[in-house]
Design a protein around this ligand. Structure first.
Ligand SMILES: NC(=O)c1ccc[n+]([C@@H]2O[C@H](COP(=O)([O-])OP(=O)(O)OC[C@H]3O[C@@H](n4cnc5c(N)ncnc54)[C@H](OP(=O)(O)O)[C@@H]3O)[C@@H](O)[C@H]2O)c1
Length: 162
């Protein structure tokens, strides 16, 4: 994939987005990652950038209510990280823009109906465009992931001796 950025973080002005921006700022350099922060308000994005001490990101404006701006944003990156929620309300056009441009997508949704809708309605097209869609990354999804992992690990049929 020949793209300007490895990662664009959409929603970087929000509570969670700022935490992710700080993490990327501290780690992108060591991993040699090119990245940008995105949101609807350029001044707020500049404020976020000014709080970062290392590896300043580029700034991109995009608004949920402007699909062309979403397409322009996602076409510039290999991976879009999305922290703009609620995802049932704001997420669909971001994901479909990613799928149609073959951009991999990550989010932090904790909304099962959003995940189900994507799976039921967009699995085929995501597969066709070779776009990976990964929901529920980190934060309060981690305990549920651990519980599933522990259940699978200890389930008698997967490990008959225990
Ligand atoms: N699963 C989990 O573990 C987990 C953990 C934390 C959060 N979440 C979810 O993640 C979402 C974000 O939470 P948060 O606490 O970070 O929220 P937040 O502080 O309110 O941030 C929301 C972000 O969305 C942006 N936004 C809103 N409307 C937009 C639009 N029309 N176009 C572009 N950007 C827009 C905001 O931009 P402005 O700054 O311009 O308003 C802001 O950057 C929520 O849905 C929350 O439930 C999930």
């Amino acid at each position: 994939m020949d793209r300007k950025y490895d990662i664009i973080l959409f929603g970087a002005t929000g509570f969670t987005g700022k935490l992710v921006a700080e993490y990327l700022s501290n780690h992108a350099y060591t991993e040699n990652i090119s990245w940008a922060i995105a949101g609807r308000d350029a001044e707020k994005l500049i404020d976020v950038s000014n709080t970062l001490s290392e590896n300043k990101p580029a700034i991109i404006t995009a608004d949920i209510n402007d699909v062309i701006s979403l397409r322009n944003m996602v076409s510039q990156t290999k991976i879009l990280m999305n922290t703009v929620g609620p995802f049932n309300i704001y997420g669909k056009d971001v994901v479909t823009s990613c799928i149609e441009s073959g951009t991999h997508y990550l989010d932090i949704t904790g909304e099962p109906s959003f995940v189900a809708d994507l799976y039921n309605n967009h699995f085929q097209s995501a597969t066709g465009y070779k776009a990976c869609i990964v929901n529920c990354c980190g934060f309060d999804s981690i305990p549920a992931d651990f519980a599933a992992w522990l259940t699978a690990k200890n389930y008698p049929f997967t490990n008959p001796k225990h």
